[in-house]
Design a protein around this ligand. Structure first.
Ligand SMILES: Cc1cc2nc3c(=O)[nH]c(=O)nc-3n(C[C@H](O)[C@H](O)[C@H](O)COP(=O)(O)OP(=O)(O)OC[C@H]3O[C@@H](n4cnc5c(N)ncnc54)[C@H](O)[C@@H]3O)c2cc1C
Length: 171
């Protein structure tokens, strides 16, 4: 128990140790595998690395952050490139697009900034609008994994539970 009014979690990420020098692949200080612009590992073009376990450098030398949206975008690019590789077609360079961030503070509030498709900079959003975007994103992820029908049933179950569940814990 840590008694505090406000806690800031600042733990970094580190890839498991077994990834360092995995099959002789090039890795960095936190065991991420170095990848080229096509997401192929630098020492073996038939091995791709995406998401948190990959170190991808943008053209300006900055790193793509270990976040869900980068992992998602890398997955799509990796799929395209594996298909291209199998068909002896040219591979497409991966490009990270930052669409912004959202932070849900439970029932208290939701805040975030949206960018990417906007012509100038980012837009700060909060309250109901931010909550709506957050929930929509969450449902999109559920649909991607479970499909529309199952997600619809999960939503319906949630609604029914909200109505049926007793306010007190019953034994
Ligand atoms: C608490 C928390 C909050 C976060 N919040 C956000 C956020 O708000 N927004 C955001 O964009 N990102 C957020 N992130 C980061 C985001 O979750 C990651 O960047 C993203 O999940 C990376 O996706 P990935 O597929 O690379 O890895 P993961 O999603 O971690 O998937 C890796 C998978 O590999 C499996 N695995 C591990 N070892 C082995 C093994 N030896 N054999 C087989 N399988 C294995 C794991 O079980 C896991 O399923 C958050 C992360 C944490 C921890």
């Amino acid at each position: 128990m840590i008694a505090a009014d406000l806690i800031v979690w600042a733990a970094g990420i580190k890839v498991p140790d077994f990834m360092a020098n995995l099959a002789g692949l090039e890795s960095n200080r936190i065991n991420q595998l170095h990848v080229n612009e096509f997401l192929q590992t630098t020492r073996d073009p038939n091995i791709f690395a995406i998401g948190d376990c990959a170190q991808f450098l943008n053209p300006d030398g900055s790193r793509v952050p270990p976040r869900a949206q980068s992992a998602h975008q890398m997955a799509s690019a990796c799929y395209t490139n594996i298909v291209a590789l199998l068909n002896n077609k040219p591979l497409k360079a991966y490009k990270y697009t930052d669409y912004g961030s959202l932070v849900s503070l439970a029932s208290y509030s939701t805040v975030g900034n949206l960018m990417g498709n906007l012509s100038s900079g980012s837009v700060f959003i909060e309250g109901r609008l931010a909550r709506l975007v957050y929930v929509s994103l969450y449902r999109m992820h559920q649909i991607a994994i479970h499909g529309i029908i199952k997600t619809g049933l999960v939503m319906l179950g949630g609604r029914l539970n909200k109505w049926l569940r007793p306010r007190l814990k019953l034994h």
